[in-house]
Design a protein around this ligand. Sequence first.
Ligand SMILES: NC(=O)c1ccc[n+]([C@@H]2O[C@H](COP(=O)([O-])OP(=O)(O)OC[C@H]3O[C@@H](n4cnc5c(N)ncnc54)[C@H](O)[C@@H]3O)[C@@H](O)[C@H]2O)c1
Ligand SMILES: N[C@H](CO)Cc1c[nH]c[nH+]1
Ligand SMILES: [Zn+2]
Length: 442
Amino acid sequence: MLRRIDLRASDLAPAALVDVLPRATLDVEAAMAQVLPIIDDVRARGGAALRDLAERFDGVRPEHLRVPARALAEALEGLDPQVREALELSIDHNRAGHTAQLPTERDTEILPGGHVRQRWVPVSRVGLYVPGGLAVYPSSVVMNVVAAQVAGVRSLAVASPPQQAFGGLPHPTILAACALLGVEEVYAVGGAQAVGMLAHGAAGEEGTPDDAQLCAPVDVVTGPGNIFVAAAKRAVMGRVGIDAEAGTTEIAVLADAGADPRYVAADLISQAEHDPAAASVLVTDSPELADAVDAEIERQAAATTHAERVRTALSGPQSGTVLVTDLEQGIAVCDAYGAEHLEIQTADAAAVAERIRNAGAIFVGPYSPVPLGDYLAGSNHVLPTGGTARFASGLSVMAFLKQVQVIEYDDAALRKVAGPLRALAVSEDLPAHADAVDLRLG
Ligand SMILES: NC(=O)c1ccc[n+]([C@@H]2O[C@H](COP(=O)([O-])OP(=O)(O)OC[C@H]3O[C@@H](n4cnc5c(N)ncnc54)[C@H](O)[C@@H]3O)[C@@H](O)[C@H]2O)c1
Ligand SMILES: N[C@H](CO)Cc1c[nH]c[nH+]1
Ligand SMILES: [Zn+2]
């Protein structure tokens, strides 16, 4: 079922490898053209544009763009106790995982009396996107909100698409997850329009419940979404900070002949069910395993709930099996691909994982499937896609923290460096810099 790319006879350099690996045809760059007019419309017309866009893309015109407090409370009251318990476990695991990410403040005495301190300051206000087109993502509420809260952010706004089935509000489980985490500012706004609203703020529509200022602008927008959400985040970057382009889901599995084809197939299918554009890639040096995985995919995909979506994802140009000569070439392929999720199902999986440089998150061995990280592992599931794992990281507390350097020198320390400072200032033809120092030293 997966198309094959046979690299066994090739010795492509890493830079050339990227061009032959599976990749989606609609990339973030191309989607930018579609989202820029949407963001402009939201900036120009605020709530009126948000309602028009909801009608166009979500099939419903929300009465309330800002979710009323009572809807949040009712959603929490109506939450299935088992789901509540699972969300609470996920919150606990994620709090532990994210607390461990907090950086420590350091004060370095560069020379006697001369100190540089690194302070970490949370941004004031954040916008957290929670997808909701094809599936429901309360787990993304947890991933976004817990990371922001542990970082110490005070003002949090969540946005998620309005649902026709729920009167134009986001799905009740999303609202319940927000309420469970104490988030009070939630918007029934999806896609690029949500990212535009969060980044630029939006005025309400005359004569609606959201009159006057609807949403104040934020400092950082984070969260996962489809290609349009990822493109919108790229478009507003600079106006606000973003975590990473956490777009359409991808999984790569590096497996050898010893891997269990049932596990490999199940994991490839698990991520394919997110989106017809999702990418599932197997990298293996074993043609026998590739055949067995294909057979398993046929068997398992036929029985899965979202069979149609899975089939489309697995047969698209973004998915496939890459046959390699050996593990060395397999590692090179995985680094060139830079998957959002990379599973290592080989002998000595932990040692192989240590050699990988480019992946959003690495899942080691047969008992660490990607769905574990999606929900409960204690890691964050908001991860870079489209090869951006080459330079970007998954969502963490760091997306919400700024480092401020605090410099404090006394008279003696300044005197000690005054000569070299003058030499540098003169070399840059900026002598007033040195004069500002000398003035103090008499
Ligand atoms: N990388 C990650 O960390 C991560 C995590 C979870 C989910 N995901 C991905 O999030 C995505 C969720 O997608 P979804 O569609 O279910 O929900 P979504 O909320 O991301 O997208 C729905 C919105 O897309 C917009 N949209 C749809 N078609 C459009 C078009 N032609 N032009 C402009 N805007 C359009 C609409 O405004 C709609 O509200 C999936 O692709 C999934 O793989 C990624
Ligand atoms: N696999 C997704 C990240 O790409 C996250 C997720 C949420 N729910 C289920 N899965
Ligand atoms: Zn998933």
